[in-house]
Design a protein around this ligand. Sequence first.
Ligand code: 6MZ
Length: 374
Amino acid sequence: MDTETEGKAAAVEEMREWCVALPKVELHAHLNGSVRNSTLLELAKQLGDKGIIVFEDVKDVIMKSDRSLPECFKLFDLFHILTTDHDTVTRIAKEVVEDFAAENVVYLEIRTTPKNNEAKGMTKRSYMDAVIKGLKAVEDVDVELFGSNFRTNETLSSKLLDGDTKKKKIYVRLLLSIDRRETTSAALDTVNLAMEMMDQGVIGIDLSGNPVVGEWETYLPALQHAKNLGIPVTIHCGEVANRKEIQAVLDFCPQRLGHVCCLNDVEWKKLKSLMIPVEICLTSNVMTGGAPSLELHHFADLYNAKHPLSLCTDDSGLFSTSLSNEYYLVATTFGLSKSELFQLAQDAVQFVFADDVVKKSLKEVFKHAEKRLL
Ligand code: 6MZ
């Protein structure tokens, strides 16, 4: 390697490390899309040994790196076969939090679809209990799940000071997802479950699932119910060009929107005038064709317009990314400086669904990190 190449490699490494060190807020991460490949392979091997699946076929699918949107949803069906029993749900919830915390995510909203599975004796409630059990089982990191002072009177910010030898801390909150395959009644069950579990870390509702499946009218009563109950809502919007639905979603005016890929000029204008914060998922959108390339991703337009936004992973396992990597991609693709990246990460605090006490604590975390990172 010549000196110039070595210098470039060192600069890349330094920037990547800086993006890892940056405190980050993750607002759009699906539990089953964020599972480690090693865990999926281990689970597939177990089911392969039992003759339930053919391990070699599943292994190739898990290790494949590019995925179209329809392929993603076939894969989720496979992941659900691998992960949907109580102990496995507990395990993946624990690992996902550990992985985000390891790259300095200080606030994580993890979303997951509560599942009924009679064969496994699973109800939506017992599924969520298994998720929460996983969050409580995290040992390497202190998880603040119920409120800023859940385990101790010390706030998170006071424990995240640099040079701190204590354990890392992460706020975790849960969003319950309505899958687009569900009926109105099943969607309402999910909202009622969210209400029931508001004191256990559940903080909002998400509408997700295969965007070519289902009708807006099916979910609207449940989303409206959430709104009436005062539960914050985030909606996957415009993953495909469904004009009628994009219009309806903007009219509904949820607290946040995911993706916003296929909006036309009128819808784009409306989104900007409504100032609804957007969860930006760069790698996911490019892989699934929602954006033509990183360079042409709509992040640039929203960022330049000073529209509220937050960088997110969507499915870090499925798309082999991490939140640090998404920040790195923004730096290298759009030329943001470290101070602009820092501001971007810090601004995301405004869009969390958690209360002002948590927001205040997170602001402190950033204030302190600023001295070290800039
Ligand atoms: C829409 C998505 C998604 O809920 O089982 N999901 N929905 N668009 C996406 N973009 C690629 N990625 C994930 O996590 C997996 C579920 O999240 C939704 C799908 O409904 C998927 O089945 P949970 O933990």
